[in-house]
Design a protein around this ligand. Structure first.
Ligand code: PA5
Length: 414
């Protein structure tokens, strides 16, 4: 269960929001019916996929590691869920993510892999992204993998992409995703469901959580999504930076996923040819209280802050009742749990930020579980779509990143 509280100042709330909420809901329902974006259907469509993947995975009992080779939308969402649930899900397989073409990172990961007990998942929606394709070539070379009929390789890609054709030619198992599911909205498609299910996570529960958020949104029950989207969009010039402060290391990768979702979806040229966007910043509390917080408190008033906390970490580790010579100042926390400490830090920081006139909101997860991460993912996807509608942009394309790719190709051709 997740609780959402917006703690906005009155002048931040715009009176016209009733009409704007109606417009958002209507447009999202339109996007669903005309298929402008397919992510809305994934919590239902992917249910069948889970059964298929489980049946497939049962034949590979010797596999103990899943290597995901993908970047951006093809890895970040899976990583967010994996890092959130990993510590509490027993008997799951290890997932190793090959994302960056960093030779040191790749070499270290090679050393952690036994090719006979690893399933290699090459994931690319477009099927031709240079980073995963180059890493895949290095994997084939390093582990001397055969390509034809190799059951330890799986491709996840759009139907008819270059990768799809490659896999088809070499008789490699393939899972597809639909054209209208964009990379950064694809975590609940085969892109995230296949690796997480193969690794042994309860992906059905993740989808159940997403369904819950989606249905209450479509019924108009999630007023907080509308309010937040409208206020963020209407105040984009005054508060163009949106900071997430997540109070748990388990949410570190989730904040990275949010940064991609927000930046690639909302940084656009709008329908009136004006540059627009909101800037996402992802931080982890309490660690980043000791760095970025100063800028929020005393720096320009150009930010809003979302705090995310977990009520019950289901962990009783506590601060022992020790008094250390000369260091008695911190004894007030003695005997309390770390769960209490991290959440009290979240509350205290939120109060201090709000008292300085910064608009904040808080998302509270009761526990770390599959349903909650599904809910949270769908919440942020819907919020992104809603803000995109308010900004009058195409949320689902990413033409801005294409130029760099073209320049890269030229660099190697000359
Ligand atoms: O959201 C997006 O579309 C991008 O971030 C892509 O996910 C990223 O560029 C990787 O592309 P692909 O999955 O086609 O390899």
């Amino acid at each position: 269960m997740i609780k959402f509280d917006l703690i906005y100042d009155a002048d931040f709330l715009d009176q016209s929001y009733k009409q704007a909420s109606k417009d958002i809901l209507q447009q999202i329902k339109q996007e669903i019916s005309d298929g402008a974006s397919g992510y809305y259907n994934l919590p239902y469509e992917s249910q069948d996929l889970i059964d298929k993947v489980q049946a497939y995975g049962n034949a590979f009992k010797h596999i103990n590691t899943i290597a995901v080779i993908g970047i951006g939308g093809s890895s970040l969402g899976t990583k967010a869920i994996y890092e959130f649930l990993r510590h509490k899900t027993k008997n799951t397989k290890k997932i190793i993510f090959f994302e960056n073409p960093d030779p040191i990172d790749i070499t270290e990961k090679f050393m952690a892999i036994d090719k006979n007990s690893t399933q290699f998942l090459l994931i690319s929606k477009s099927g031709s992204t240079v980073e995963p394709m180059s890493i895949f070539k290095a994997i084939i070379y390093n582990f001397n993998l055969k390509i034809d009929n190799n059951e330890n390789i799986i491709a996840i890609t759009d139907h008819d992409s270059a990768l799809y054709k490659f896999a088809d030619k070499h008789n490699i198992k393939t899972f597809t995703l639909k054209d209208n599911v964009g990379g950064r909205f694809s975590v609940l498609s085969s892109v995230g469901i296949v690796p997480l299910t193969l690794a042994g996570f309860d992906t059905k529960k993740i989808l159940d959580g997403a369904v819950e958020t989606l249905e209450s949104f479509l019924n108009g029950d999630t007023k907080h999504i509308f309010d937040k989207a409208i206020n963020l969009a209407q105040n984009k010039d005054k508060h163009p930076i949106n900071v997430i402060f997540s109070y748990s290391n388990t949410l570190k990768e989730f904040t990275q996923w949010y940064v991609q979702l927000w930046a690639e979806s909302l940084g656009k040229i709008d329908k009136d040819s004006k540059r627009t966007g909101l800037t996402p910043v992802g931080h982890i509390g309490a660690v980043d209280q000791h760095s970025f917080l100063q800028l929020i408190i005393e720096g320009p008033r150009d930010k809003t802050v979302t705090f995310i906390k977990i009520d019950d970490f289901e962990n009783s580790l506590h601060v022992p009742k020790y008094t250390l010579d000369y260091i008695q100042k911190s004894d007030y926390i003695n005997g309390h749990t770390f769960n209490e400490l991290i959440n009290a830090e979240c509350d205290a920081t939120m109060q201090s930020v709000h008292e300085q006139g910064v608009n904040v909101d808080i998302i509270t997860l009761d526990k770390i579980n599959e349903e909650n991460i599904g809910e949270l993912i769908m919440y942020y996807e819907l919020l992104t779509s809603a803000v995109g509608i308010m900004l009058n942009i195409n949320t689902y394309n990413q033409e801005g990143v294409e130029l760099g790719k073209r320049i890269l190709v030229k660099k190697f051709q000359n």
